[in-house]
Ligand binder design. Structure first.
Ligand code: URA
Ligand code: URA
Length: 211
């Protein structure tokens, strides 16, 4: 396994950060302001018309690790929280195996609204919505990112390589160490890949422990 990338950007504000030393309560407030903007966003007309709730993100306001999925599904759209359906329950078990809870990490998606019939996000929807994710990351300042599935990995890395090729090694996103792994929904259909995800999670845990 290659080593996680280390450079000053990891130790000091990886994202150009006006609020490097703000406390958790201030971060929570800043997140709340962004969440309020998301809740009334109508940039993607089709998504705004079909949604029940926007799905902003949950977890620690200053986490070690931020997990990034694709977009809300039906359960998330109803509840307004990411990864609460079947894939989310599997994500919870993966976190538990790492000795993390949903409160220890931060969980967000590339899109804050559910695409109708769970179709893939359109490029226009991704570009409309990623500024919100960027804001979230600037506020929470995670030490590492973990992209769940091809859409998150390819969006963050601006590439078209398969998730099978991208997983298992460290990348960088705007200076931050980024690991990619299979999406838990994919694992539900392909349980044989759980071993690969577990290897990825061990890399992530080792990074958190060593840094
Ligand atoms: N799949 C995702 O990518 N995100 C969710 O929040 C739920 C399912
Ligand atoms: N395709 C995806 O979109 N995600 C995976 O995790 C695997 C295959």
């Amino acid at each position: 396994m290659n080593e996680p990338p280390r450079d000053e950007a990891h130790y000091f504000a990886a994202l150009s950060d006006p609020q490097a030393n703000v406390c958790a309560a201030e971060k929570q407030e800043a997140l709340q302001l962004v969440q309020e903007k998301v809740a009334v966003c109508t940039s993607c007309g089709e998504l705004a018309r079909h949604r029940h709730k926007t799905v902003f993100g949950v977890g620690h306001p200053a986490p070690e690790v931020c997990f990034i999925g694709e977009a809300p599904g039906a359960d998330e759209d109803r509840q307004g929280e990411p990864f609460v359906g079947r894939a989310g329950q599997l994500l919870d078990r993966i976190l538990e195996a790492c000795n993390w809870t949903r409160q220890d990490v931060y969980i967000a998606n590339i899109l804050k609204c559910r695409p109708p019939r769970n179709r893939n996000p359109l490029p226009s929807e991704i570009s409309n919505c990623t500024p919100f994710l960027l804001k979230q990351l600037q506020i929470i300042q995670p030490r590492a990112l973990c992209a769940l599935g091809a859409v998150a990995a390819q969006t963050l890395l601006a590439c078209e390589q398969s998730i099978g090729k991208l997983r298992g090694r460290w990348h960088r996103w705007q200076g931050l160490p980024l690991l990619c792994t299979y999406h838990p929904a994919y694992l539900l259909r392909n349980p044989a890949q759980k071993r690969a995800v577990w290897e990825d999670m061990q890399m992530l845990m080792r990074f958190v422990k060593d840094n």
